[in-house]
Design a protein around this ligand. Structure first.
Ligand code: ADP
Length: 228
């Protein structure tokens, strides 16, 4: 479903972050992206939701070259790809419920159905009873759950997470991983950049290691492979 073909990315300042990436990811896979800081992990992730475009090469998602999508069609792409960040990025003036409902693309849904959709995802992430809270009234782990609920409310086929546990303590990180596993078990592809050796070595999944903008390792049920 995701096919990267000889992708290069050079930024305006001349730094080449990706140096010829070739990879195929199937629907339903769970993939960790690992590697040292500055290796190109975020650039790899940003390509997939069209935050950046490749300088060269093609990136097909469901047979569509997303670097050729027109700017006006990018929101449509993002509806099919949920994105989760290390720093949550919730809207502080909106409640938990509103943060999630705001992301929901309403396509002729009745208010009752909208409410059901939002409450169902809040239930999935264990936050049904905090729907009226505001982000600053929640713990870091709870804020990340809201951002996960927001990412999946449109039922995307792909969820991309850039160091989602980077700001969380170990116990909370495991809870967040359980939510990701549940989402993955329902058939959603998950691609997650992480620096957590413990998580990668415990919850075994495909591991793609990037160094200097190149894939240097790609293993099913791989190890983290670095000294944390
Ligand atoms: P990682 O996520 O593995 O730390 P990044 O993809 O963020 O790696 O960065 C790879 C390289 O690209 C680094 O040298 C970084 O400084 C550079 N880089 C990242 N984003 C930009 C940008 N917007 N402009 C210029 N250089 C960038």
């Amino acid at each position: 479903m995701i096919l990267m073909n000889d992708i290069y990315k050079t930024y305006g300042n001349g730094v080449t972050a990706l140096n010829g990436i070739n990879v195929e990811i199937e629907q339903g896979e769970f993939v960790y992206i690992v590697g040292p800081s500055g290796a190109g992990k975020s650039s790899f992730i940003k390509l997939m939701y069209r935050e950046i475009k490749p300088t060269r090469g093609s990136l097909l998602i469901n047979n569509k070259d997303i670097s050729e999508i027109k700017e006006k069609d990018v929101p449509l792409l993002r509806r099919n790809i949920g994105v989760i960040f290390q720093d949550f990025r919730l809207l502080p003036k909106l409640s938990v419920y509103e943060n999630v409902a705001f992301a929901l693309e309403v396509i002729e849904e009745s208010p009752r159905n909208i409410r059901k959709r939002v409450m169902d995802v809040l239930d999935l992430v264990g936050l049904k009873n905090k729907s009226r809270f505001f982000p600053n009234e929640l713990s870091g782990g709870e804020q990340q759950r809201v951002s996960i609920a927001r990412a999946i409310v449109n039922r995307p086929k792909i969820v991309i997470a850039d160091e989602p546990t980077g700001n969380l303590d170990p116990d909370t990180s495991w809870e967040i991983m359980r939510v990701f596993e549940e989402i993955n078990n329902s058939g959603t592809t998950i691609i997650m950049a992480t620096h957590s050796k413990e998580i990668v070595n415990t919850i075994k999944k495909r591991v793609i290691a990037i160094e200097d903008g190149l894939i240097v390792r790609d293993e099913q049920r791989g190890d983290y492979g670095y000294e944390s």
